[in-house]
Ligand binder design. Structure first.
Ligand code: ADP
Length: 608
């Protein structure tokens, strides 16, 4: 979209202007006061002219002697010599001693030019700047220089604006917002029935899911101006400035109605006012002003406020009540079809080979956001360029998923032979346990090439389709698979390493969630002890139970993980031959695909 900003000149502009004027002034004034031509002559000429009695006026200073000829038509200048009789001789030759030889022009003019004119220019400039500032501030007191000015950027409709088609997936959100577009196109349809549009729509979802894009697309589809400001821009150092920015923003928006005002990260100002001493006065005032402004305009005046946040639970209830942000549009992480669509939208910008299968890539990229998918496409394009190719192939995209998930390959990481063997067994341990259980996702890829994220290897499992519900058995199998790496180390080497720390963390998290949130423990039945406090940002939880229960939870978590660990070890012991064979193969190859793995596993089974 084209951004149209008011032509606000920075202060530096005025400084440069003043300097330019001063410079010109210095150039021009001397030419106004220009002295007539002065000839420089030697002292001998001067003495000759005295002798010839050809001196009109003369002025002697410490360093120079300025004199005219008898007719005062020419001015000369010469240096000073130690000449005690000079004055006498000059007097004898009839010279007139003057103090302004060579000075011409009226003293009043020179006074005007050198003193009054610059003063007048400065006063004029000052007035002009003052006026400009008053205009910008909408007639506010000039003393509050630059304060309270909303810096909402105004975008106007343009042919290259973002449309709904550019936002892939997110069909429910688009459907929800389409009504607003329709209202902006044809408000009468709504007012005739007496329906009023929501004043505010809250877009909630994890970062990078396209909330900003959707807001822009609403403006693009409706062909109305789009004001965008981030919540944090309201919060200033001085109390009251944020509130005045809110006032200013709404004033601008009302002038441009119908229009869309987009407030990104609204939680920066809209946090719950909890009455604690540590609260931020400025933020509260800003929020109050926002609430007042939203109440202040009628539902049908054509200003629609869209706001985005990934922490909806922290918003003040006053902000989300009907009449303010009364509609909430969830913008969730894309599902399989959504991911595929997003990949295709972004792939339009790059050249892809014909073998690219976006469905597989979308399956591999489970749990990624739109922004991450855009990044995957870009990483793939960069990889193709690095390899000197002109099109992006499937391998580029698969590698770039791994880059986004696990970081770049560490080219110069040196693993000792023994370490490499341990990592190979560890990864095959995961894969084998996954493959031998009936509720695990198929293995897609196993690699023991170290990554910059610190992983020495990993096993990628990819679900055939998106999973919305997980059974207790599936979760237990997941925990068993996570413990499979460590179990393989125990079975084969009889000693354990630090390589399992991430697995341990994940297994514990899952086991804990099963007991405290999913009601998957007989003793606790359907009682929740933990609540998710931060749904879209990392999913932090808070525990609310007695100390005894906490102890019981811990014991149950340990027991659950132990059970699955034992199960994994049993699977590996029962399949020791396959474990050795596959680990050796991975050790040699470093990376194997899921198909290779399954084939090798099946071959072993056939031989037995
Ligand atoms: P948010 O505001 O939710 O954090 P943005 O709207 O700023 O996310 O999205 C960031 C980038 O991610 C966009 O510029 C776009 O390239 C990409 N993106 C996110 N979601 C989508 C989507 N649904 N379709 C296409 N691109 C998307």
């Amino acid at each position: 979209m084209k951004e149209v900003k008011s032509p606000k000149k920075p202060l530096i502009y005025y400084y440069v202007l003043v300097l330019a004027i001063l410079f010109l002034f210095n150039m021009i004034v001397p030419s106004f006061l220009m002295r007539p031509q002065i000839d420089l002559v030697d002292y001998g000429t001067f003495m000759d002219m005295i002798d010839d009695q050809d001196i009109g006026q003369v002025e002697i200073t410490d360093t120079e002697i300025t004199f005219t000829n008898k007719d005062n038509t020419k001015i000369y200048q010469t240096g000073v010599m130690n000449d005690p009789t000079l004055t006498e001789r000059l007097h004898d030759c009839g010279a007139v001693f003057a103090s302004d030889v060579g000075e011409e022009g009226s003293p009043i003019l020179s006074f005007l030019l050198s003193f009054v004119l610059p003063l007048a220019i400065f006063i004029g400039l000052g007035q002009y700047m003052n006026k400009k500032m008053m205009e910008q501030m909408g007639g506010k007191n000039a003393m509050s220089f630059g304060m309270g000015k909303s810096n909402a950027r105004v975008y106007v409709q343009s042919s290259d604006g973002i449309r709904f088609d550019d936002v892939a997936g997110e069909d429910e959100a688009k459907e929800n917002l389409a009504e607003i577009v329709d209202y902006l196109h044809n408000p009468k349809k709504y007012t005739d029935v007496g329906a009023s549009m929501p004043k505010g729509v809250l877009l909630v979802g994890p970062p990078g899911t396209g909330k900003t894009m959707l807001a822009k697309a609403v403006a693009g589809e409706a062909g109305v101006p789009f004001f965008s400001i981030s919540g944090s821009e309201f919060v200033e150092m001085f109390v009251g400035m944020g509130a005045s920015k809110v006032r200013d923003l709404f004033k601008q928006a009302k002038e441009k109605a119908p229009c869309i005002v987009f407030i990104d990260e609204i939680d920066a100002i809209g946090k719950k006012r909890d009455g604690q001493f540590s609260t931020n006065d400025e933020r509260e005032q800003t929020l109050n002003q926002l609430l007042t402004e939203m109440d202040g305009f009628e539902g049908n005046n054509g200003v629609i406020i869209l706001a985005a946040t990934n922490r909806p639970e922290s918003l003040d209830p006053a902000l989300t009540r009907p009449g303010r942000f009364d509609r909430r549009v969830p913008v969730e992480l894309p599902d399989l079809a959504g991911r595929e669509a997003i990949l295709k939208v972004h792939a339009k910008k790059i050249k892809t080979a014909s073998d690219v299968d976006f469905h597989t890539i979308a399956r591999m990229a489970a749990g990624t956001s739109g922004a991450e998918l855009a990044n995957i496409i870009n990483e793939a394009a960069l990889r193709a360029v690095r390899a000197g190719r002109t099109t992006v192939c499937q391998a580029d995209l698969e590698e770039s998923i791994e880059v986004v998930i696990a970081g770049y390959q560490k080219k110069n990481a040196i693993l000792s032979d023994q370490e490499k063997k341990v990592v190979a067994y560890h990864e095959i341990g995961h894969a084998l346990v996954a493959a031998k259980q009936s509720h695990s996702a198929p293995v897609q890829k196993i690699t023991i090439i170290p990554r910059t994220s610190g992983a020495l290897g990993y096993t990628m499992q990819v679900e055939q389709n998106d999973k919305n519900l997980l059974t207790k058995e599936e979760l237990e199998d997941k925990i068993a698979t996570l413990t499979g790496g460590r179990a393989a180390e125990e079975v084969v080497f009889g000693q354990i390493t630090t390589g399992a720390s991430n697995d341990i963390e994940q297994a514990t998290k899952l086991a804990r969630a099963m007991i405290t949130r999913y009601g998957m423990n007989e003793d606790f039945d359907m009682v929740a002890f933990e609540t998710v406090t931060n749904q879209y940002l990392g999913g932090d939880t808070s525990l609310a139970c007695s100390a005894e229960t906490q102890q019981a939870i811990d014991q149950k978590v340990v027991a659950l993980v132990k059970r699955q660990h034992a199960k994994a070890r049993k699977i590996l012991e029962d399949n020791r031959e396959a474990l050795d064979r596959l680990a050796q193969y991975l050790y040699e190859k470093e990376t194997i695909t899921g198909e290779e793995f399954m084939q090798l596993l099946a071959e072993g089974g056939a031989q037995q």
